[in-house]
Design a protein around this ligand. Structure first.
Ligand SMILES: [Zn+2]
Length: 80
């Protein structure tokens, strides 16, 4: 039978940090912290990948994350 389940999407207003997929380990355990005005901190809770992202202007965490992944993928992030 072609019964479809309806998905109920609730919009939750929470202050919990959103997590993003880590480009290194593939787990959704990246957190972007923008508590400091000129610096965003990107940390993976799974593999320990971390990056301090200097902010010239205020950005949304998702934009910071996207730029971070771009840098990571293009090999411009060197972790020593
Ligand atoms: Zn990771």
């Amino acid at each position: 039978m072609g019964r479809r389940r309806r998905r109920v999407i609730k919009t939750m207003k929470r202050t919990l940090p959103k997590v993003y997929t880590c480009p290194q380990c593939g787990m959704a355990s990246i957190k972007v912290s923008t508590k400091e005005e000129n610096l965003a901190k990107i940390v993976c809770g799974n593999c320990g990948l971390r990056y301090d992202y200097p902010l010239g202007v205020k950005k949304h965490p998702i934009d910071i994350y996207n730029e971070f992944v771009d840098k990571f993928m293009s090999g411009r992030l060197v972790s020593k």
